[in-house]
Design a protein. Structure first.
Length: 211
């Protein structure tokens, strides 16, 4: 079984593939916050880990005090690290929930959101679960919400199919970055621009695979 606490150690190396992915996600997140509607911005990060993406942007972003962020992370140690970092940065509107992000009931009270992060998930679940999660994403989002997702491009490369699934779900693609490096990471960004049924999914969206 993968140790998800040790996995975060790669962030300490600025030359690592994980650090490159993080920088890309942060840039897209900052832009999504810039472009979000005026007033409160609701943000949801699923399988948030130690929150390095969100907590690397909010402290300096001009809209930090407008953002209500919920970070959902199953691993208690990672969740504690994220909560401590948010407190250190004075981010009183960031809530870290130690809970299963696959269960929508664990964050349904904060839906719909303006920014949805699905980072570090799609490389650890089955194609069927990816498809189910993408199909459910519109029900988690406000109109014109931004979704940011990641998935490696190693064989078999599922990113072309994932991009199509988001399009079918009602998201227009804003960007897709194919990063170099051993992980061959893809970072996708979409915006919800087409009318879709607004039914909050009640089923379990995905199950992490061992390894």
């Amino acid at each position: 079984m993968k140790n998800w606490v040790e996995w975060h150690e790669a962030y300490r190396d600025p030359e690592s593939a994980l650090s490159a992915r993080l920088a890309c996600v942060r840039a897209h997140l900052a832009r999504a916050l810039d472009e979000a509607p005026s007033g409160e911005v609701r943000l949801l990060s699923l399988c948030a880990g130690q929150g390095h993406d969100v907590l690397g942007v909010l402290p300096w972003h001009p809209r930090r005090d407008e953002v209500r962020a919920v970070l959902v992370e199953f691993n208690p140690q990672n969740a504690r690290v994220a909560a401590d970092l948010a407190a250190t940065e004075g981010l009183s509107r960031v809530e870290v929930r130690q809970a299963d992000a696959a269960r929508v009931a664990n964050y349904a009270d904060d839906l719909p959101v303006h920014v949805l992060l699905l980072c570090g998930i799609f490389g650890n679940i089955t194609p069927e679960d990816i498809s189910r999660t993408v199909a459910a994403a519109p029900a988690l989002c406000e109109w014109e919400a931004t979704v940011i997702w990641t998935r490696h491009r190693r064989s078999p490369d599922l990113t072309p199919r994932i991009r199509e699934w988001f399009k079918e779900a009602g998201f227009d693609e804003v960007a897709f970055d194919a990063l170099d490096g051993p992980n061959m990471t893809g970072v996708g960004v979409g915006r919800l621009t087409r009318v879709v049924p607004r039914r909050t999914p009640l089923e379990v969206l995905f199950t992490f695979q061992p390894g």
